[in-house]
Design a protein around this ligand. Structure first.
Ligand SMILES: *[C@@H]1O[C@H](CO)[C@@H](O)[C@H](O)[C@H]1NC(C)=O
Ligand SMILES: *[C@@H]1O[C@H](CO)[C@@H](O)[C@H](O)[C@H]1NC(C)=O
Ligand SMILES: *[C@@H]1O[C@H](CO)[C@@H](O)[C@H](O)[C@H]1NC(C)=O
Ligand SMILES: *[C@@H]1O[C@H](CO)[C@@H](O)[C@H](O)[C@H]1NC(C)=O
Ligand SMILES: *[C@@H]1O[C@H](CO)[C@@H](O)[C@H](O)[C@H]1NC(C)=O
Ligand SMILES: *[C@@H]1O[C@H](CO)[C@@H](O)[C@H](O)[C@H]1NC(C)=O
Length: 520
């Protein structure tokens, strides 16, 4: 492959020279997104300074529950480092027993809880992103992901406020008032399947996407709406995440049955915490109209037998949980692969070329007299990707235009998703890896990102705050080490794990896209 050949040929010192170019390029580039209101370079840099100095600074944490070595873990880490995410923390690395994720999925809940418990109160409003380490890869950079997170949760909180007869989420500010701050990935079926489970039946009916949008409403998995919760990708503030994980552990203690087929499914317990929340929210809404007993079978019209939660008067049910139904952040695979298309956004609406779009010709909803439709490339994503491509320009020479690259898009919700989660099989993620827009540049991107990851430079400005990574590279990492300067942190205080040690054996899989045969 041309790019890795080039990087192999460069000496250490040539890299050092290039690295200083990257520093300059990156400093210039990192200021660009801070200038939100003006394109005039002078006021832009003023804005950059005032925003950075005046806005509160919050941290962004990236957690990967992972117990041992695997090339897919290395691809997940590589996609994070290449796109400028915080240096990841591996939760439960090489742990045993209850904390060993290869033995029980519940280890994830326990080891992430340990991490959240270790954070000081000053981190309560930090953002924490937890992803399944062995079947997720990032597609978009963190600035756009964080912007989308706030747009989705704020809109959802406003909708919740209107459900309760008020028009501002401010009046629902109490700690246990309905509000949305935690986002989970979506599922097209309740899994583990058991329709008596509250996490299966007490789910929101209106998710903002009409029935039939994914194909005839015939109960087939792929035609279902993505109503349910998937626990493999979660993003929210540290404090709310801690409360939600604590509620999940509490549910595990109370409901754990070693003979149950899915007794070690973290998703079962977490989705039931969400189900109880949704049940309580719906009851709260109905009590505005029905001033007596409310029959859950009328409130939640399914034909299945239901286990109705028995709520204590003072029991907390509200954990601010919501689902990213439109896959702006999280795209799960099961039942959705047929709505994912690699699109090139190379058509323009006007002579100035200000908006670029792709045309979709697949009739997913099976509409009569189907007409092809357009999906637009969001401008914040276009400029974020362009910034990253420019980072490697000095190293690789010519880089493509953002309008030349292919981005995998959910053609029903029209979103270029943030990350792909390969639920129900790994073939898809293995095939996706080499098609991702940044795959040809993973290696030079690693090198280009070292100064930023070392210094903890701002990742984004969103919600009136400047976002910096929770973790930077090991203090003794040096720019001239290039790829060897990168790595991850193990749990709370188990120290540094270098890229070489974690992934040195998987360079063919990461940089050349080789996938070993017969690997599940
Ligand atoms: C809704 O918002 C408007 C404007 O903020 C305010 O004047 C009005 O009183 C609010 N209504 C309710 C019911 O809170
Ligand atoms: C846009 O990209 C597609 C896919 O690469 C290609 O087939 C098509 O010719 C391109 N269109 C334009 C206008 O460049
Ligand atoms: C294109 O750019 C010109 C010059 O900047 C401007 O006058 C015109 O309104 C633009 N056209 C559109 C459709 O944006
Ligand atoms: C990228 O595309 C835009 C719009 O088509 C064009 O104006 C620009 O020259 C292109 N840049 C490069 C480097 O090809
Ligand atoms: C670099 O620092 C890490 C922890 O920060 C430590 O584990 C490692 O041994 C150090 N390496 C060298 C070469 O000093
Ligand atoms: C990274 O470390 C490996 C193993 O120690 C070494 O072979 C390689 O040359 C190093 N790469 C760089 C860029 O220093």
């Amino acid at each position: 492959m041309q790019i890795s050949t080039l990087s192999n040929r460069l000496s250490r010192w040539q890299w050092a020279g290039l690295a200083s170019l990257f520093v300059i390029a990156f400093i210039t580039i990192i200021q660009y997104p801070l200038a939100t209101t003006s394109t005039d370079p002078i006021s832009a840099s003023k804005n950059a300074y005032s925003l950075t100095a005046s806005g509160a600074v919050s941290k962004f944490h990236l957690l990967l529950p992972a117990s041992g070595y695997h090339f897919r873990l290395c691809r997940a880490v590589a996609s994070a480092i290449a796109l400028g995410y915080p240096v990841p923390v591996l939760n439960g690395w090489m742990k045993e027993g209850d904390l060993d994720a290869s033995k029980t999925h519940l280890a994830k809940v326990r080891t992430v809880m340990q991490y959240l418990d270790s954070l000081p109160a000053s981190s309560d409003d930090d953002l924490v992103l937890m992803i399944d380490a062995y079947d997720v890869v990032f597609q978009i950079p963190p600035d756009v992901l964080i912007e989308r997170y706030f747009a989705i949760t704020k809109a959802a909180s406003a909708r919740l406020a209107s459900r309760y007869g008020v028009n501002s989420s401010e009046s629902l500010a109490a700690d246990d008032a309905p509000r949305q701050t935690i986002l989970f990935g979506p599922e097209k079926v309740c899994y583990p399947v058991d329709w008596s489970r509250v996490g299966c039946w007490a789910v929101p009916q209106d998710i903002g996407i009409p029935r039939g949008a994914f194909g005839p409403d015939d109960g087939q998995l792929q035609h279902n709406l993505p109503r349910w919760l998937n626990s493999g990708t979660i993003m929210g503030p540290a404090k709310d995440m801690r409360l939600m994980f604590a509620a999940t552990l509490d549910r595990i203690v109370k409901h754990y049955d070693p003979n149950h087929e899915y007794s070690d499914s973290d998703q079962m317990y977490i989705s039931d915490v969400w189900g109880v929340q949704e049940f309580a929210r719906s009851m709260r809404e109905l009590r505005q109209y029905f001033h007596g007993d409310i029959n859950p079978n009328a409130a939640f019209p399914t034909n299945e037998e239901k286990v109705v939660p028995n709520l204590e008067p003072d029991q907390r049910t509200e954990y601010h949980i919501g689902i990213d139904h439109r896959s702006e952040l999280f795209q799960t695979r099961a039942g959705s692969d047929y709505v994912l298309e690699m699109l090139t956004f190379n058509e323009t609406t006007d002579v100035n070329g200000t908006t670029t779009f792709a045309t979709v010709t697949q009739n997913i909803a099976e509409s009569p007299n189907f007409t092809p439709y357009e999906i637009y490339l969001p401008s914040n994503l276009a400029s974020s990707i362009t910034r990253i491509l420019r980072l490697v320009e000095p190293a690789v020479g010519v880089v493509p235009n953002v309008t030349d690259i292919a981005l995998e898009t959910n053609i029903v919700t029209k979103n270029i998703y943030g990350m792909f989660h390969s639920t129900g099989g790994k073939d898809w993620i293995d095939q996706l890896w080499t098609k991702l827009w940044f795959f040809p540049y993973v290696r030079p991107l690693f090198e280009a990102m070292v100064p930023a990851l070392q210094a903890g430079w701002p990742i984004a400005v969103a919600d009136g705050r400047t976002w910096v990574p929770s973790h930077t590279l090991s203090a003794n990492s040096s720019v001239i080490q290039g790829i060897n300067a990168t790595g991850v942190w193990k749990d709370i205080d188990d120290g540094w794990l270098s890229w070489q040690e974690l992934c040195g054996a998987f360079h063919a899989e990461v940089f050349d896209g080789y996938t070993p045969p017969m690997d599940d």
